[in-house]
Ligand binder design. Sequence first.
Ligand code: PLP
Length: 231
Amino acid sequence: MSDIADNLQAVQARIQRAAAATGRPPEAVRLLAVSKTWPLASVLAAVAAGQRAFGENYVQEGVEKAQATAALDLEWHFIGPLQSNKTRSVAEHFSWVHSVDREKIAERLSAQRPPALPPLQVCVQVNVSGEASKSGCAPAETAALCARIMALPQLELRGLMAIPEASDDPAAQRAAFARLRQLFDEIRNSLSLPSFDTLSMGMSHDLEAAIAEGATIVRIGTAIFGERNYA
Ligand SMILES: *Cc1c(COP(=O)(O)O)cnc(C)c1O
């Protein structure tokens, strides 16, 4: 078995243990393999081990991999910062965007989504740690952005995403994820939108805390593909 296949199995086992520890079924948590900076060969090794959903941070790199694997029926998720001059490529080549944090980006993605494709699946990225430098919508503005996205024809609002400030303290990790879950519950209760079912949170070092707080998608790079040289 390749290292990547081994690593995928180990990550799936972590997900199952973390889900079981909070009484959630293992299938309640989807694994998104974050392949940013890794070559196509790494993606193909993960595909050979059964992985279908991949996350990318950089538009050009993600589009190249999506095009190169078009025959394989994979699901490509854009999870990085998104500038308005790059929205068209994302709307054309990805199935999901986890990092919508303002109305202008949402409007462009909807207008540029090709009508022949299913609606783009969208999460709003929320800045739960409150640092000025981090991207993400302010928690107090998130409900309004969600309502705006619901009105856009080529977007399907799926939920919320966050990248909390990194911490080695499990209690601090859980507290940040709990803030996102609380906001998610509030918005879900106020919208009547069955598709609003996704909490995208948890990375290689904190997936257990995220699953304990209700993550439905964990975004895992390093634990599958190894340490990156950049980003
Ligand atoms: C890189 C990245 C990940 C994966 O992080 P790892 O620590 O390598 O698991 C997840 N989400 C986003 C938004 C990322 O940029």
